[in-house]
Structures are given as structure tokens and as C-alpha cells.
Design a protein around this ligand. Structure first.
Ligand SMILES: *[C@@H]1O[C@H](CO)[C@@H](O)[C@H](O)[C@H]1NC(C)=O
Ligand SMILES: *[C@@H]1O[C@H](CO)[C@@H](O)[C@H](O)[C@H]1NC(C)=O
Ligand SMILES: *[C@@H]1O[C@H](CO)[C@@H](O)[C@H](O)[C@H]1NC(C)=O
Ligand SMILES: *[C@@H]1O[C@H](CO)[C@@H](O)[C@H](O)[C@H]1NC(C)=O
Ligand SMILES: *[C@@H]1O[C@H](CO)[C@@H](O)[C@H](O)[C@H]1NC(C)=O
Length: 525
């Protein structure tokens, strides 16, 4: 009877005893027997003696609370019957080498950690609080539920670190407004998959939801709705702090000189008036690069942006500049002649971008730009990061090869436009990418600092954001975190399916990969 009941419960709880971790750690060994029972009544997180970071560190104090709740969700009891023999796990002691808790994660932050669970103790050590966060995530994924629903942790050793330091996800809040809660939920799921950069493509042609303190008219006149469809200074602070507490950097993108139609109403004279022959058409093109007032505005605007977003890097866009309007404008034609640019409008773009880069670097910021800035031969500082997104006219491999040959650091997004969907398991294509499969020396390969999954907003708002992102963005997360050799598709499928179930259990509406079920379906939480 007990055997049958055990078997039924095993079925019910999917008691495989297999601890899957997503993304796959660099080194993971789980013992086939031994370990301990985790009970909500007894289990605690704590700081190890002589840790440089101790209680009072908000990043870890709050992470302890979050992960405790994730391990023991309200309403899921931890029955102890049937496991009297197994020892009960005590504390997970966390040891951090370097002091520092109040700062922000950066491109140089170390995220390595070691986790060891034995009969005697559970110990997590990391160089920084950011690494400790990654280790807590891994720990939480290693806890499984045995027969009778008991929470269980095997003897385990993990040594882990990311392959690439920049593992990003782009959200586009201009084409559709995403409410704050959708952004915060995305940050949660990013932390679950160890992504560490939120690239906030905050404004674009359709709308300007960023509420500027220096230029309130930008969102007043450029947002879809100036009260309900904006990010106030306090919203922006909330996002930045929520991200920080999860070890996630926030890189804002204010794309210019193209993609700026929504800036126009709030800043008269900023955009180029377009002509048809000698007549004004009434429509506007990219930012007007020939006026001093343009640079005065940019100076003031980016002074604010530099202060509001603490990350060293700002994304300055620079993609898809349409030269048609510039070409039509007689004042711009005259300026081109005066500057000796001939008919090469890339030189005008270059003129603009260079002045903008000077402004932004005068505030001590570094910058990321889309690949066209490089393609168009704009002179940029050697420390510029070039964001590769196109598939044509040359493949992204060719582009990466070219960018790194010129000595620039690169980020890859071309194969990771997750807004594009197709029938079937389209996470596979994203998963099978190898970012370094381009021709180049080891020095060139070392210049690829990572990549980003992009979720452009033409057809995406809060209703479909989460299922479209998850678990598909997980494919990119593993590619950027795990060893290059981790690419076994069947193994990945099994773990990603489990990870998706973990996301459901944590309240994230991740879509299914294929036929199947989860022990805890979304509506049974
Ligand atoms: C964890 O331990 C249980 C027994 O306690 C065992 O059945 C299971 O296979 C172990 N998990 C792994 C991944 O070895
Ligand atoms: C940590 O320090 C306390 C007090 O000094 C001591 O009681 C405890 O045994 C120490 N724990 C470990 C794991 O060394
Ligand atoms: C713009 O500024 C430059 C240098 O500061 C100056 O030489 C030029 O006359 C100014 N142009 C206008 C139209 O004010
Ligand atoms: C590589 O970059 C150089 C200089 O930026 C450019 O002239 C060349 O056309 C590029 N080649 C490819 C294949 O993109
Ligand atoms: C990745 O895995 C391979 C094969 O297991 C190993 O040789 C290599 O050292 C690993 N790379 C890192 C950075 O650990």
C-alpha cells in the first residue's frame, strides 16, 4: 500500500530527484544519495563568520528573504512524514570576500561563486555580493521535492562563473508602453536566468514615455498619454534599485539622430524639417545636425540622463538613419557644401555622432552604439562598444570579425530578436548560436563581451510580453553564461522544460516548449 501510495505521489510531484540548473553551471556535481531535508521551520540563510559582507547588506538580506519565499511558497506545506531518517539541512552560510553592498554592478563585476552542500554544512562563497546572488539562484534551483512533497537537497558541489560579462535583455517601451510591474517581473525572470543587463530602449519614434526633469515637454507632448503612459523619475529610480538588488545593470538607450519623431513636439526646432522641392512638407526627419541649439539641448539632456542612470554606459543608438529628409533640406545641403562633405550624408551623420559622443564622454560616460555607427565609418573612441544587430548585407559573423579587427568591443543581438516568433520550438535557433564562430584571432574573440536578447515592441505589450520572452530568453541566457561546450539539445530541452516549470511556480507566465505538463501548473500555485 505504502509502495503504491509512494509511487503515486512520486508521479504527482514528478519525483525524478534530478536537480536541473538553468543556465548550466561551469561545474556541477550532485551526489546520487545523501543530502538533507529542507524544512521551512528550520532552514535559514545566514552570513558566514568572517564574511566581508554581513547582516545589514540590503542586497543579500533581501535576497535571503526572496529566496526563502521562493523555496517555501505560501500554501505549499513541507510534510515531514516519511523522511524521519534524513538529516535536516541547517543554514546556508554565505561568505563574500570583498566588502561592498551599496554600489551598482558593472561590466567588471565578478559573478563567480562556489556552492558546497555536504552532510555537515551548506556553504556558498563568492568574491562579491553579485556572485553570491548567482549562487543563491543556483541553490534555489537545486532544491527538489521528493515523495510526500518533502523539500530535499542532495550533496552538491558547484563551481561557477559566467562565460561573458554582458548578458542582456532589451525591452522597448516606446512602441507599446509597458507598465512598471511588467518591467519588474522581467527583472525577476532575468535574475532567475542570471541575465545581468536590462537594456531599456525607453524612447523611439512612436512615443516618449521618459519624464525628463529638464525638459518636461518631451513626455508631456511626446508620450502616448502624458500622465498614465510615462515613467516618472520615481518609476525610473524604482527600476534601477529593483535591478540593483538582483545584480542587474540598467543601460538606458536614447537613440538619436534617427528614431526621434516623438522628441519633436516637445523640443521645437530639434528635428529636421523635410522638403519636397522648394516647399516644406510639414513632416520631420532625424535630429537637425547643423544647428548649435541641437547640441545645447543634447548637452543639457544627456547631463540629466547621465545623472539619472548610474551605469557607466549609455546606449546612444545611431541605427537606421534615413538620409532622405536631410537630402531634401536646402539649409542642410548648404551646410554639406560648406563642410566639404559632398553628397556623402554619412559624413554628416558622423559629424553629429562625434559631437554627441564628446558631450556624453564629458560626463564621464562610456557608450554603446548600434553597428551602423561603425559601418558608416564614424570616428568613435577606442573604448566604444559596437552592438551588432543586422543579418544583412553581411552576416553577423562577418560584422563581428570586422568590428573586433578594428579593435572595438562587440555585443551580439542579430540572432536573438525574440520578438520574431515562428511555429514550433524556436528557442532552438537562439540556443544553437555560437557567438565566437567568426574568423578572427583570440584577441579579437576576447573583444566580444556578450550579447542581448531583444524584445522589440511593435506587436508586444503587457499582455504577451512574458510568454513571448520566457522561457525563450533563457536560451540566450545559457548561451552567454555556460561553457561553449554546453550545447546538447536534448539535455537542454529537459532542463529548459524544468526551468519553465520553475518560472510557473514562481508566478511567471512562461509559455510551454512542447507537449507536457508541470507538477505545479500556473493556476495551481
Ligand atoms: C539526489 O538524491 C536522491 C536520493 O536521496 C537520488 O534519488 C537522486 O538521484 C539524487 N539526484 C541526483 C541528480 O543524483
Ligand atoms: C561563528 O562564530 C560564532 C561566534 O563567534 C561561533 O559560535 C560559531 O561556532 C562560528 N561558526 C562557525 C561555522 O565557525
Ligand atoms: C555655432 O557655434 C559656432 C562655434 O561655437 C559658431 O562659430 C557659429 O557661428 C554658431 N552658429 C550659429 C548659427 O550660431
Ligand atoms: C569592414 O570595415 C571596414 C572599415 O570600417 C569597411 O571599409 C569594410 O567595408 C567592412 N567590411 C565588411 C565586410 O563589412
Ligand atoms: C569548457 O569545457 C571544456 C570541456 O569540458 C574545458 O576544456 C574548458 O576548460 C571549459 N572552459 C572553461 C572556461 O572552464
Amino acid at each position: 500500500m505504502a509502495g503504491l501510495r509512494g509511487a503515486l505521489l512520486a508521479l504527482l510531484f514528478g519525483c525524478s530527484g534530478v536537480a536541473a540548473v538553468w543556465p548550466q553551471p561551469q561545474s556541477l556535481s550532485v551526489a546520487p544519495a545523501g543530502g538533507c531535508r529542507l524544512s521551512a521551520a528550520r532552514f535559514r540563510f545566514g552570513y558566514a563568520n568572517s564574511s566581508a559582507v554581513v547582516a545589514g547588506c540590503a542586497v543579500l538580506d533581501q535576497a535571503f528573504q526572496r529566496y526563502w519565499k521562493l523555496l517555501f511558497p505560501a500554501g505549499q506545506k513541507d510534510p515531514e512524514k516519511g523522511h524521519f531518517g534524513d538529516p535536516s539541512c541547517g543554514e546556508l552560510l554565505v561568505f563574500v570576500t570583498k566588502p561592498g553592498c551599496d554600489g551598482y554592478p558593472s561590466l567588471d563585476s565578478k559573478e563567480n561563486y562556489k556552492l558546497s552542500v555536504s552532510d555537515e554544512q551548506m556553504f556558498l562563497s563568492a568574491d562579491t555580493v553579485w556572485g553570491a546572488l548567482r549562487g543563491l539562484e543556483t541553490f534555489s534551483q537545486l532544491v527538489w521535492r521528493a515523495d510526500y512533497g518533502t523539500f530535499y537537497m542532495n550533496k552538491t558541489d558547484v563551481v561557477d562563473f559566467p562565460r561573458f560579462p554582458h548578458r542582456g535583455l532589451l525591452l522597448d517601451t516606446s512602441r507599446h508602453y509597458l507598465p512598471l510591474r511588467a518591467i519588474l517581473e522581467t527583472l525577476d525572470a532575468m535574475a532567475y536566468s542570471k541575465l545581468n543587463v536590462f537594456h531599456w530602449h525607453i524612447v523611439d519614434d512612436p512615443s516618449f514615455p521618459y519624464e525628463s526633469m529638464a525638459f518636461p515637454d518631451l513626455s508631456w507632448k511626446g508620450a502616448y498619454q502624458p500622465v498614465t503612459h510615462v515613467y516618472t523619475p520615481s518609476d525610473v529610480k524604482t527600476v534601477i534599485e529593483y535591478a540593483r538588488l538582483r545584480g542587474i545593470r540598467v543601460i538606458s538607450e536614447f537613440d538619436t539622430p534617427g528614431h526621434t519623431l516623438s522628441w519633436g513636439p516637445g523640443v521645437p526646432g530639434l528635428l529636421t524639417p523635410c522638403y519636397s522641392g522648394p516647399k516644406l512638407t510639414g513632416s520631420y526627419g532625424p535630429v537637425n545636425p547643423i544647428l548649435n541649439s541641437t547640441y545645447q539641448f543634447m548637452g543639457k539632456f544627456f547631463a540629466e540622463v547621465s545623472a539619472v542612470f548610474p551605469d557607466v554606459y549609455i546606449h546612444l543608438g545611431g541605427d537606421e538613419v534615413d538620409f532622405t529628409c536631410w537630402k531634401s533640406n536646402p539649409k542642410i545641403q548648404a551646410f554639406m557644401e560648406q563642410m566639404g562633405f559632398g553628397q556623402d550624408y554619412r559624413k554628416l551623420e558622423s559629424f553629429y555622432i562625434q559631437r554627441l559622443l564628446d558631450i556624453v564622454s564629458s560626463y564621464g560616460k562610456g557608450y554603446v552604439v548600434w553597428q551602423e555607427v561603425f559601418d558608416n565609418g564614424v570616428k568613435v573612441k577606442p573604448n566604444t562598444i559596437i552592438h551588432v544587430w543586422k543579418q544583412t548585407p553581411v552576416t553577423y559573423q562577418k560584422e563581428l570579425s570586422n568590428v573586433t579587427k578594428s579593435g572595438y568591443r562587440a555585443l551580439l543581438s542579430s540572432p536573438w530578436y525574440l520578438n520574431r516568433i515562428s511555429y514550433g520550438q524556436d528557442w532552438l535557433a537562439a540556443y544553437q548560436v555560437e557567438p565566437l564562430s567568426f574568423e578572427g584571432s583570440p584577441e579579437q574573440k576576447a573583444l566580444v563581451i556578450g550579447g542581448e536578447a531583444c524584445m522589440w515592441g511593435e506587436y508586444v505589450d503587457e499582455t504577451n510580453l512574458t510568454p513571448r520572452l520566457w522561457p525563450r530568453a533563457g536560451a540566450v541566457a545559457e548561451r552567454l553564461w555556460s561553457n561553449q561546450t554546453v550545447r546538447h539539445v536534448q539535455d537542454a530541452y529537459t532542463r529548459l522544460r524544468d526551468f519553465r516549470c520553475t518560472l510557473l511556480r514562481r508566478g511567471i507566465r512562461a509559455q510551454p516548449l512542447f507537449t507536457g505538463y508541470c507538477d505545479y501548473e500556473f493556476n495551481t500555485l
